[in-house]
Design a protein around this ligand. Structure first.
Ligand code: 3H9
Length: 676
C-alpha cells in the first residue's frame, strides 16, 4: 500500500506532505509516514523541514475511527515529541483546519506559518475528550493560559489572524503560496541559527482567579459535561509544572475520558450526524435538481424563519402572503432578527442588507412560478394544505420541488392533491426555524429520489442537520414526544408536580422539562379557544389566561425577569382534576418519571425503526439532539437506551404495564444494541 506521506526537497529543505483525504486524519499510516519523514530529516544534507498537507486541509486531528481499537505505533504524542526534538527548524505550513492532533502537530513544530483563511482548534472536548498529544501543555506555553483554556474547554476554532496575535502562528503566508513561503521561512530560520523555540521548553503562568472566573462564566454551557471540567482542572493543576509531569497527567486524563460513556456518546453523534446525510437506496452521485430561487408561502414566524435560512446562504427567496400588513409584519421581523444578530457582532450591516436584498415579498401567488423549490408554511390543516398544493400544481414550473412544512400531517395525502406527487416532499423545520439545526425530510411514497437528494444537499447548504423520515403522524421527533407528554400528564394526576417532572428532566440534561417547554412555547398553542369548554388541565390553564411566559403565568408563575416559581393556583387546578380523574395517588419517584417519560420514548423509537420510518437508530438520536435539546453527552435516546441496557428498559416498561415494542424486546433478548 502506498504511504499517504511523501517527501520532496527544495535544495536543503525537506518538505513532508500528507495526502490522506478527506481531512488528513492522523491515522496509523500517516503517523508511520511522518516518522519515516522525520528520520529522513535527520540526514546531514537537510537544513530545515516543512510539514504540510495536500487536499482541503491540514491534519484535522487524530483518526477518530481508530479510537477503541489497539493502538498502532508510533503514537501521536511520541511522534510529536520526535518532531520537536529535531535539531533543525521544522515549520508547519497550515491551510484549512489544524484541529486536535493536527493543532498539536503544529505546536510540536518549531514554527507555524498559515494562510489567512486557516483555522486552529482543539475540538477534542466536543468528542468528550481532552487534547491527548501535548495540546493542554504546549498551547498554554505558546499562546497563553487564557486562550488555551478557551480553545481546549470550548473547542471552537480560531482564525489564523487571532492565532497570529496570540503567538500560535508566527507568520501569515499568501493564500496561494503557502509551501513556497514556508520553505523560505524555514530557510531563513536555518540561516539565523540560534536555539530552536520548542514549546515544551517554555513556561506558562496564570493567576488562580482566571480558572474560577472561567468556570463561573461558562457554567451553563458546561453543565453535565465531564470533559470541560477535566480540561480546566488539568490546565489549572499543570500550569507552572514541568512539562514532562504535565503531559503525564494529560495522558491519564485522556485515557480516563476515552473509556467513558460521554465520549462514546459524543463520538457516536459525530458519525451519526454525517451518516444521517446518506439516503438508503440513492447513489451518492445522483444528478440533483437545480435550486436557484426558493418560494415560501406564509410570512409568519415559521415562513420567515425558513426564508432566513436560504437568504443567509445567498439563495433568493420569494415570500408570499395574503395581506399587505401580514407581509410587512413578517419581513419586518426577519429584518429585526438579522439586525439583532448584527448587534451581537455575528453579521455585518452589509451582510444584513445583502440577505434582505435577496428577499422578494409579494402578494401575488403566481410569482411562485419563478421558484425551483416552494415551501408552504401555512396553517396546519389538511384542507388548507391541499388547497395550497392544488393551486401550486397549476402554477409551479415543471420539475419544481413542492414542499410542505407540516409537523404531523400525511405528506402522501398532500401530494395526492397535485398531478406531480413525485415532486412533493415534507420539509419539517423546527421553530425558531432560522436557529434550530434540525430538518426532517419527509419521504412520501412517491417522492422522487432526486427530489430527496436535492433536499438533503440543500439542507447542508443552509447548515441544517437533516434526517430522512417516513410518513407517519408526527414523523420521528413529534411522534416520540407524544408518549412523553401523555405520561407527564398522567403522572400529574397520580401525584407528581410539574416542578418534580421538570426537575428530573433538567437533571437528566434536557434544557427544560415538559412543563417549562409548554410555558415557553405557549400553553394556548392548539387550544380550541373556548374558555367555557374545559376538558383537561391545559384547557383550564388557557381559560384562566395562563398561556405561559408571554402572559407571566402558565404552569409556573413568573416574575418580571421571567424567573419561574411554583404556582399555588396551578396546584389547586391539578387537585381539582385529580379528584375528578379517580386516578390512584401514590408517591411518584424520580425513577418512575424517567421510566415513564423517557423509556416510553425509546419504545416509540423502536416502533419507528421497525416500521422503517427512520433509516437507522442513529438518525433518531440526531433528531432528538438537534431538534429537542436531548443532552449530546447521552448520545440521543436510542444510544442512551443501549448504554442503560435494553433489558433494563424492557423491565422498566413492563413494570408500568406498557406494551413493549417487539424490536426492543427482541434486541434486549438477543443482547443486541440499537447502535452497533
Ligand atoms: C484528537 O485529535 C485527539 C488528540 O488530541 C489526541 C490523540 C492521541 N477522524 O465533517 P465532514 C471524516 S480527536 C476520522 O463531513 P467538512 C468524516 O466522518 C480529533 N474521520 O467534512 C467524514 O466521513 P464520511 C479532533 C474524520 O468539510 C469526512 O471525514 N478533531 C475525522 O464538513 C468528511 O468530514 C476533530 O474532532 C477524524 N478526525 O468538515 C475534527 N474528521 O465522508 C473533526 C472528519 O465518510 N472533524 N472525518 O462521512 C471536523 O470537525 C470536520 O470533519 C472538518 C471538515 C471541520 C475537519
Amino acid at each position: 500500500m502506498t504511504s499517504p506521506i511523501t517527501t520532496s526537497r527544495q535544495g536543503d529543505v525537506l518538505i513532508i506532505t500528507s495526502d490522506n483525504p478527506p481531512v488528513n486524519a492522523l491515522g496509523a499510516a500517516v503517523r508511520q509516514g511522518l516518522q519515516a519523514g522525520i528520520e529522513e530529516a535527520a540526514g546531514d544534507d537537510i537544513k530545515a523541514v516543512v510539514i504540510t498537507c495536500a487536499g482541503k486541509t491540514f491534519f484535522a486531528g487524530a483518526d477518530i475511527t481508530e479510537f477503541g481499537k489497539p493502538m498502532q505505533e508510533p503514537s501521536l504524542p511520541v511522534l510529536i515529541d520526535a518532531i520537536e526534538a529535531l535539531d533543525k527548524p521544522v515549520v508547519a505550513a497550515v491551510h484549512g483546519t489544524a484541529l486536535g492532533g493536527g493543532c498539536e502537530v503544529a505546536l510540536g513544530c518549531h514554527y507555524r506559518i498559515a494562510v489567512p483563511s486557516a483555522k486552529f482548534g482543539l475540538p477534542e472536548v466536543k468528542l468528550g475528550l481532552l487534547p491527548g498529544a501535548g495540546g493542554t501543555q504546549r498551547l498554554p506555553r505558546v499562546a497563553g493560559v487564557e486562550l488555551a483554556l478557551e480553545m481546549a474547554a470550548k473547542g471552537d476554532p480560531i482564525p489564523a489572524s487571532k492565532a497570529k496575535d496570540a503567538g500560535l502562528v508566527d507568520r501569515l503566508a499568501g493564500e496561494d503560496s503557502l509551501v513556497a513561503d514556508a520553505v523560505a521561512f524555514a530557510r531563513e530560520m536555518a540561516a539565523a541559527g540560534g536555539p530552536l523555540p520548542r514549546a515544551s521548553e517554555k513556561q506558562a503562568s496564570a493567576s488562580p482567579a482566571l480558572f474560577e472566573t472561567f468556570r463561573k462564566t461558562n457554567a451553563k454551557r458546561f453543565r453535565g459535561y465531564e470533559a470541560p471540567a477535566d480540561i480546566i482542572a488539568l490546565i489549572e493543576k499543570t500550569t507552572g509544572m514541568p512539562y514532562e509531569e504535565g503531559v503525564q497527567l494529560e495522558r491519564q486524563g485522556f485515557m480516563k475520558l476515552i473509556m467513558g460513556t460521554q465520549s462514546a456518546a459524543l463520538r457516536h453523534i459525530f458519525f451519526a450526524e454525517r451518516k444521517a446525510a446518506k439516503i438508503d437506496g440513492i447513489a451518492d452521485d445522483i444528478k440533483l435538481r437545480d435550486v436557484k430561487r426558493v418560494g415560501v408561502i406564509g410570512a409568519g414566524t415559521m415562513g420567515g424563519g425558513i426564508s432566513m435560512n436560504f437568504l443567509s446562504a445567498g439563495i433568493p427567496v420569494t415570500i408570499v402572503e395574503m395581506a399587505q400588513d401580514a407581509l410587512d409584519r413578517g419581513t419586518g421581523v426577519m429584518r429585526k432578527n438579522y439586525e439583532a444578530t448584527a448587534a451581537k457582532g455575528r453579521m455585518t450591516a452589509e451582510q444584513v442588507e445583502g440577505a434582505m436584498g435577496l428577499l422578494k415579498p409579494t402578494l401575488n401567488f403566481d410569482d411562485l412560478a419563478e421558484c425551483d423549490l416552494i415551501i408552504e408554511a401555512v396553517y396546519e390543516s389538511m384542507d388548507v394544505k391541499k388547497e395550497v398544493f392544488g393551486r401550486l400544481d397549476k402554477i409551479a414550473k415543471p420539475g419544481a420541488i413542492l414542499a410542505s412544512n407540516t409537523s404531523y400531517l400525511n405528506v402522501d395525502e398532500i401530494a395526492a392533491s397535485t398531478s406531480r406527487p413525485q415532486d412533493v416532499v415534507g420539509l419539517h423545520f423546527f421553530s425558531p426555524a432560522n436557529v434550530m439545526k434540525l430538518l426532517e425530510i419527509v419521504r412520501g411514497a412517491k417522492t422522487a429520489d432526486d427530489v430527496l437528494a436535492t433536499a438533503m444537499a440543500l439542507a447542508k447548504k443552509i447548515r441544517k442537520v437533516a434526517v430522512v423520515a417516513g410518513v407517519c403522524y408526527g414523523f420521528i421527533g413529534n411522534r416520540m414526544l407524544m408518549p412523553r407528554q401523555v405520561e407527564a400528564m398522567k403522572l400529574l394526576m397520580e401525584g407528581a408536580t410539574p416542578e418534580q417532572i421538570d426537575r428530573v428532566h433538567v437533571a437528566f440534561g434536557m434544557p427544560m422539562g415538559p412543563f417549562q417547554m409548554s410555558d415557553l412555547a405557549g400553553v394556548d398553542i392548539g387550544w380550541h379557544r373556548d374558555p367555557t369548554r374545559i376538558e383537561n388541565i391545559r384547557d383550564a390553564l388557557a381559560a384562566e389566561d395562563r398561556w405561559g411566559q408571554k402572559k407571566g403565568k402558565g404552569w409556573y408563575d413568573y416574575d418580571e425577569k421571567r424567573n419561574p416559581s411554583p404556582s399555588p393556583r396551578v396546584a389547586e387546578i391539578i387537585e381539582e382534576f385529580r379528584a375528578k380523574s379517580g386516578a390512584t395517588q401514590h408517591e411518584v419517584t424520580d425513577e418512575e418519571i424517567v421510566e415513564r417519560t423517557l423509556y416510553t420514548m425509546v419504545n416509540e423509537g423502536a416502533l419507528i425503526l421497525a416500521e422503517g420510518m427512520a433509516q437507522r437508530a442513529s438518525d433518531i438520536d440526531v433528531v432528538w439532539i438537534y431538534g429537542y435539546g436531548w443532552p449530546v453527552y447521552r448520545g440521543g435516546p436510542m444510544f442512551w437506551a443501549d448504554t442503560e441496557g435494553l433489558k433494563k428498559i424492557v423491565a422498566g416498561l413492563e413494570k408500568h404495564g406498557f406494551e413493549v415494542a417487539p424490536l426492543l424486546r427482541e434486541k434486549a433478548e438477543t443482547g443486541e444494541r440499537f447502535n452497533k
